[in-house]
Design a protein around this ligand. Structure first.
Ligand code: BG6
Length: 293
């Protein structure tokens, strides 16, 4: 296992050739490649990687609010998707498991003490985040542990905003969410139900699903008839499916190339339809493992 810990990025390469690269800003996974060097995540060519804006692509981390929550007083002042993706995290180190599976785990931390003054003012709770990224030959796991380190309870949401790289959105299907209730953020209707067919894409899509089959049941992304990614969730009850299509992409300054929406789909595992309440000393752990099919 090769680790390079530059000042702003951490990369790890397995002996078999797979690699992962994480930007300390946001602890954003920027790249995940298989043994043949094939990239699995979509990253905008216009993404800002200098800490001036959340990264457009890879796996940004959403915490402590999904979207904005004007009606939730404690988080109402926070920017869209919270501050975790806009904060510089600490690299806590790596552990490898060379005997069994040749995997490497990279740990990152963010706590209230690391926040800049502006973010601390907007959300004055004492928290700790521990984020572990584990690269194995056929999978990538991301685990987030949230702890309440203060005396005051807080409520939070979290989500792993994964941008998957795909060949052609018009031939992508997402399975595993059949018959599930969802909130359609495009037209604002909250109580729709997915048919018993897989999800296909023919326009802007922005949906928050609460899968009926539960976290252990995989959500599979099929690209041109081939199953490419299998997402298994742990303690993350919701799945957001997002593709901005033509107009929304045009409106995002950091979205490049402009027709890049054809080559990406976000399938985002999270706990976002309700609030996780953490009392003093409580912890919440949520995770996903993405398997290459
Ligand atoms: C998705 C939301 O999770 O993130 C969308 O459901 C949103 O509504 C998208 O547009 C991207 O958000 P942002 O803040 O990174 O532009």
């Amino acid at each position: 296992v090769t680790i390079s810990d530059g000042s702003s990025r951490v990369t790890a390469v397995l002996p078999t050739g797979e690699s992962v690269e994480i930007l300390l800003y946001g602890a954003t996974v920027l790249s995940w490649k298989d043994a043949s060097g094939d990239e699995k995540l979509w990253l905008s060519e216009g993404a800002k990687l200098d800490g001036t804006k959340a990264v457009r692509g890879g796996i940004p981390l959403v915490f402590p609010v999904f979207g904005t929550a004007p009606d939730h007083e404690a988080t109402s002042k926070l920017p869209q998707h919270g501050f975790a993706r806009n904060s510089r995290w600490e690299f806590l180190g790596k552990s490898s498991n060379e005997s069994s599976s040749n995997s490497v785990k990279l740990d990152f931390g963010l706590s209230s003490e690391n926040l800049d003054e502006a973010a601390r003012q907007l959300w004055p709770y004492k928290f700790g985040l521990l984020y572990s990224v584990t690269l194995a030959p056929e999978s990538l796991s991301t685990v987030l542990v949230i702890t309440n380190e203060g005396d005051v309870p807080f409520e939070c949401q979290t989500l792993l905003h994964t941008y998957f790289k795909i060949k052609d959105i018009s031939s992508v299907q997402v399975t595993g969410l059949e018959d599930s209730p969802f909130h359609d953020k495009v037209d604002g209707v909250k109580d729709k139900t997915q048919s018993s067919d897989p999800i296909t894409f023919s326009g802007e899509t922005d949906r928050v699903y609460t899968p009926v089959k539960g976290p252990g049941h995989p959500v599979v992304i099929t690209d041109g008839g081939v199953a490419k990614f299998r997402v298994v969730r742990d303690n993350l009850d919701d799945v957001v499916v997002w593709n901005p299509w033509v107009d929304k992409s045009a409106g995002m300054g950091d979205f490049q190339p402009k027709d890049g929406w054809k080559n990406m789909v976000c399938v985002e595992a999270g706990a976002v339809s309700t609030w996780q309440k953490l009392e003093k000393g409580d912890a919440f752990e949520g995770a996903q493992t993405i398997y290459l099919n």
